[in-house]
Design a protein around this ligand. Structure first.
Ligand code: NAD
Length: 419
């Protein structure tokens, strides 16, 4: 959702990606009819008494794209530019993503059109509780399980869990994932997305014969996903040479000190002005000559007008939908290896699944168990997608969609249609 000259509707992109994979799978029209569209779309008004005493009504959505393979699963996004189409796209991608990593969930997403950076904690809490109460009839641990996304976090999930539990009359931790540890959260969940991105980058480097040690990396977006990816790459000996957030971009050809940058971002909320770095423009970061570019902000970061300038060998999509179909064609022509979002950032939902399993069993795992299981899941999914990419000579994105959509199609076929 970055503002670009070539802004594309994310839902159109999701449908175009679906159609390409469905064609490659030769899916019947009947199956397409059943799995292409969301099962349920709910839009609610969320009135909140603001700190100034006035009431403001926020527009909010919860979209359940699929429950064919299990409960719908997906984050809640707070952002001024949230639209229903964006939420539908994100819910659709969740369905294919859960199927790519073969966890027994469908896809969902929630979004509230708001500006969380200009809201107090009290306003955020009241908005979260009222939104939860509005979507309460359709969520639940066996039905639809929210999680954090852009500008929501473990605290937001604690408010959702509390509101849901108070209404039901007893504690139900399994209604959300990405919770604080003291409420049934999982060790390793905080860094799961970035860790999963890191594992897929490792696999891509092995496939391409590119040593990770010394590899040059640029990261767009230094939040949950981007900062953890940067730290793990730094720890593995890669050189993170450029990083950005919404406030600016910092660059150092010799490598940025990532732990110190994370420390500064935690203290000040921005990366701009980091010592031993020079400022560059947002557009320059995407065009930097490097080995690995990690878009970890929002949709449409790379589009037809700027993809030709990408100077990286690998684009690892930590964000959802950062590359438009127009950009995809250019990257492919230029030989850039793309690790598509529904594979690359699936570590978050995978550890969400582990969290849900632990909540259901009331039995909690060591961090190392989480990391080992996550690594197995991510590396298996990467191998399976790569095999389709090589065997069928399709782009990695189509290969990932073929794997995910193929699994959902098989499930819907065998379940049949009710009544
Ligand atoms: P976040 O809010 O923690 O971080 C987003 C970051 O992007 C912030 O640092 C923000 O300043 C930066 N940003 C925003 N606009 C920017 C711009 N124009 N240029 C550069 N940076 C910009 O969010 P997150 O959870 O890290 O999510 C980032 C992306 O990863 C989203 O697409 C999200 O859907 C995806 N994702 C997140 C998770 C997760 O578990 N958090 C899982 C899967 C996918």
């Amino acid at each position: 959702m970055l503002t670009t000259a070539a802004q594309e509707n994310a839902y159109d992109v999701a449908l175009a990606n679906f159609d390409a994979a469905a064609d490659a799978l030769d899916l019947s029209q009947d199956i397409r009819e059943m799995i292409r569209y969301p099962e349920r779309v709910l839009t609610v008004g969320v009135p909140v008494r603001m700190d100034n005493g006035h009431i403001h009504r926020f527009e909010a959505h919860r979209v359940q794209h699929s429950s064919v393979r299990g409960p719908a699963k997906g984050g809640i996004r707070y952002h001024p530019q949230v639209t229903l189409d964006e939420v539908k796209a994100l819910a659709t991608w969740m369905t294919w993503k859960c199927a790519v990593v073969n966890i027994p969930f469908g896809g969902a997403k929630g979004g509230v059109t708001c500006d969380p950076k200009h809201m107090s904690q009290g306003e955020l809490e009241r908005m979260t509780r009222r939104y939860t109460s509005a979507i309460l009839p359709i969520i639940g641990p066996e039905q639809d399980i929210p999680a954090p996304d852009v500008y929501t976090n473990a605290q937001t999930m604690a408010w959702v869990m509390d509101t849901y539990s108070m209404t039901k009359g007893y504690a139900i931790p399994g209604v959300v994932t990405g919770k604080p540890l003291c409420l049934g959260g999982s060790l390793g969940r905080n860094e799961a997305t970035g860790r999963g991105v890191f594992y897929t980058i490792q696999s891509a480097c092995e496939h391409l014969g590119l040593p990770l040690k010394g590899a040059e990396v640029a990261v767009q977006g230094f939040g949950h996903a981007g900062s953890v990816t940067a730290r793990l790459l730094h720890e593995a000996g890669a050189k993170v040479i450029a990083v950005s957030d919404s406030t600016g971009c910092v660059y150092n050809r010799n490598g940025l000190n990532v732990p110190e940058l994370i420390h500064m971002k935690t203290l000040t909320g921005h990366v701009a002005g980091f010592p031993e770095s020079e400022p560059i423009e947002h557009g320059e970061l995407l065009a930097i000559e490097c080995d690995i570019l990690v878009p970890a902000a929002l949709e449409n970061a790379l589009h037809a007008a700027n993809a030709g300038a990408v100077g990286a060998k690998i684009v690892a999509e930590a964000a959802n939908g950062p590359v438009t179909p127009g950009a995809d064609r250019i990257l492919e022509k230029n030989g850039v290896f793309v690790i598509p979002d529904i594979l690359c950032n699936a570590g978050g939902v995978t550890v969400s699944y582990f969290e849900w399993v632990q909540d259901e069993q009331h039995l909690f795992w060591e961090a190392q168990d989480v990391y080992d299981r996550l690594q197995r899941v991510m590396k298996t999914a990467f191998r399976e997608v790569l095999k389709i990419h090589l065997d069928r000579r399709v782009p990695m994105r189509t290969a990932a969609n073929m794997l995910g959509i193929g699994r959902v199609a098989e499930a819907v076929q065998i379940r049949g249609i009710y009544p």
